[in-house]
Ligand binder design. Structure first.
Ligand SMILES: CC(C)(COP(=O)(O)OP(=O)(O)OC[C@H]1O[C@@H](n2cnc3c(N)ncnc32)[C@H](O)[C@@H]1OP(=O)(O)O)[C@@H](O)C(=O)NCCC(=O)NCCS
Length: 275
């Protein structure tokens, strides 16, 4: 778990909180100690939440072998949400996990060369449970909480550059095994198109537009990168470091390209993100 020099207890009325950009102080402005003084300065709480996000974002990036953090206070967009998880299992409150979600506008291509636009589809952008807590159900707890709060179902979620651990996680907890690699590193799961995208919290219209784009294999590149890293330990910055559960990834992942099962089922749909 990740400890901070300040007491985080007051930030966590329950073990998982929802953080959005408006409650952060992304820049380095000094924090005001009391809510009623120095209006315009960020509050101490927002400064601390920002620091937590920055530290956890960095740890997540390290864990995934990414050069740049996906999550930071500065990068959090107004339509994105970070779920932070904490507990006091060690006798005092510490942060144990982070899950960043948002929505993406996706283009969906069909065999005839037309493609359609799915607006505001649910997207998993970053996900991290501290190494000392992985494989204990913490990730499932956090993910389930997020699904409930967002009103999403797992098979409708696109995942930004899923790691091997993430692929195993989705397979284990949601029976989501067959992935559809995207040129933009987003992965969709079979089942994404089973029903119309819900209109209430996620989706909206379909629009026929232009031509087909090439599909690259960014997802596989990411997997290759991770596999190349297997066996090399990485040093986290916080005090409880060792990944007791790390080691070569051994799950049997099944992915499908545009020419296999998925194509048969979905009539050669291919995808690309607008962004
Ligand atoms: C992905 C992650 C958030 C899951 O959190 P978690 O607390 O371990 O998840 P749970 O305990 O609820 O589920 C455990 C399952 O996740 C998968 N998993 C977790 N750690 C794994 C590992 N080291 N190797 C292979 N699979 C792993 C497995 O399916 C595991 O089930 P198993 O133990 O029966 O094999 C966590 O492993 C993590 O932070 N990984 C590093 C960062 C990362 O890869 N993030 C994903 C970005 S898309």
């Amino acid at each position: 778990m990740v400890e901070f020099a300040f007491d985080i207890k007051h930030l966590f009325p329950q073990s998982i909180i929802r953080v959005q950009a408006h409650s952060l102080s992304p820049n380095d402005a000094p924090c005001r100690p009391y809510p009623h003084t120095n209006r315009g300065q960020p509050t101490r709480s927002s400064c601390r939440l920002s620091e937590i996000l920055n530290v956890m974002g960095k740890l997540s990036a390290d864990a995934q072998g990414l050069r740049h953090a996906v999550t930071s206070a500065e990068k959090l967009a107004p339509d994105q949400v970070v779920y932070l998880m904490a507990d006091k299992a060690a006798g005092h409150w510490a942060i144990t996990g982070l899950l960043k979600v948002g929505t993406k506008d996706l283009f969906v291509f069909d065999q005839g060369g037309c493609y359609r636009r799915f607006n505001k589809t649910p997207a998993i952008l970053d996900f991290y449970v501290h190494e000392s807590r992985q494989r204990c159900g913490q990730g499932k707890l956090l993910f389930e909480w997020m699904l409930e709060k967002q009103g999403w179902s797992p098979q409708k979620c696109s995942v930004d550059r899923p790691s091997n651990k993430m692929l195993a996680f989705m397979a284990k907890h949601y029976d989501l095994v067959r992935t559809i690699p995207q040129g933009n590193n987003f992965v969709l799961y079979e089942g994404f198109f089973d029903d119309p995208i819900p209109t209430s919290k996620s989706a909206s219209g379909l629009q026929a537009t232009g031509s087909i784009r090439n599909q690259s294999q960014g997802h596989f590149k990411r997997q290759e990168h991770e596999q190349a890293q297997a066996g090399h330990g990485h040093a986290n910055r916080n005090t409880v470091q060792n990944d007791a559960n790390s080691g070569p990834f051994s799950k049997d992942q099944k992915t499908v390209s545009g020419t296999s099962l998925y194509r048969r089922r979905w009539n050669s749909l291919t995808f690309a993100s607008m962004q």
